[in-house]
Design a protein around this ligand. Structure first.
Ligand SMILES: [Zn+2]
Length: 337
């Protein structure tokens, strides 16, 4: 056996392992190091020379050293100040930068997410603060990019949260809202008795998802699972002429006109037929739902999109080289206004 270098351990192949907790601590040991990192990444790669918009030239900048330790640098020539936090999600936050960075580190390095309660314990902040940080990271940094999918794309919809119990289903059925079983519901739909699958289930939220095979995913909360909205959502997120795979839910049927479209007959209990299946998007839904169930227990309609962002963000970077944490830091910079 070759001698093992304990200072340079052998890495697991996963991307998380490219930035371990110890490396995080080494790179960002305190607040100032986080600030300097932002300063260098956004304005001054060498930490000293930056473009001064007042001089309209490259100038030497110096850290603003006063008792208050304001987080800014000033131009040695004209005194113009640059604030590295300006326009980022960290601006005007009373939470320390290092805690922000650590929260991002945790969110980027767990597979299934982490609860605000856990973050509260790890960071020693209040629950409210932890929760706000998460929300801002999910909704401002992990935003799903809206460029449409192409190639081989699977689309599907799912329900998240409180599935109605059988008794509730029966009650809904008696009101003529929904049939108790999928196959019966479809039959009733064909007879024109039920208007739409799943309509008026107010306990759960409908999520539309589409995924490029071996590529990106989009996941959006939608208001209902009616045909018009579903088809419109597909059109928004999938480029025409793509190879589209869906199940045989009637709402997708007329998409044949716009896409090369193959449908797998879930109603006949067929789930895979050669390359016709929706297993990829269902895999993503499964991961997300399990995560929500296990980590967050339940999520209200209002916040669900944020969680979907978080899962989609990680999914879309699963094969990227480099750590997800640094990718997330990159978002903090590129999304600064
Ligand atoms: Zn200047």
């Amino acid at each position: 056996m070759p001698p093992v270098d304990r200072r340079n351990p052998i890495r697991a192949a996963s991307s998380e392992s490219t930035c371990s907790l110890l490396e995080f601590a080494r790179e960002f040991p305190d607040d100032e190091s986080c600030l300097v990192w932002l300063w260098r990444e956004r304005f001054a790669p060498d930490g000293e020379h930056a473009h001064c918009s007042r001089c309209d030239a490259e100038r030497v900048f110096k850290r603003y050293e006063t008792a208050q330790k304001r987080p800014c640098w000033f131009c040695r020539t004209c005194g113009f100040r640059i604030h590295p936090l300006k326009g980022t999600i960290f601006e005007r936050s009373s939470t320390s930068l290092q805690l922000w960075f650590y929260a991002m580190y945790i969110m980027a390095s767990t597979r299934c997410g982490i609860s605000a309660k856990q973050l509260e314990r790890e960071l020693g902040v209040t629950y409210k603060t932890a929760w706000r940080m998460f929300n801002r990271i999910r909704n401002q940094l992990m935003v799903q990019d809206d460029s449409p999918l192409s190639g081989e794309v699977e689309a599907d919809e799912t329900y998240v949260g409180g599935k109605p119990r059988q008794s509730e289903r029966n009650a809904l059925y008696r009101q003529g809202i929904v049939a108790p079983r999928q196959s019966e519901r479809n039959a009733l739909y064909r007879q024109g008795i039920v208007a739409q699958r799943g309509r008026n289930y107010d306990k759960h939220v409908i999520v539309f998802g589409a995924v490029e095979r071996r590529g990106r995913v989009v996941a959006k909360v939608i208001a209902n699972s009616g045909g018009p909205l579903l088809r419109e959502t597909v059109s928004t997120h999938v480029i025409p002429d793509s190879m589209l795979f869906t199940d045989d839910y009637h709402a997708y049927k007329t998409l044949d006109r716009k896409y090369r479209h193959r449908r797998i007959r879930h109603s006949a209990k067929i789930y895979v037929d050669g390359d016709v299946h929706t297993e990829t998007i269902e895999g993503f839904f499964g991961l997300t739902k399990n995560g929500i169930r296990g980590v967050y227990h339940s999520v209200s309609r209002k916040w669900l999109q944020g969680y979907l962002n978080e899962y989609a963000w990680r999914y879309n970077r699963r094969d990227n080289p480099g750590s997800m944490f640094h990718a997330l830091l990159g978002e903090a910079i590129s999304r600064a206004v």
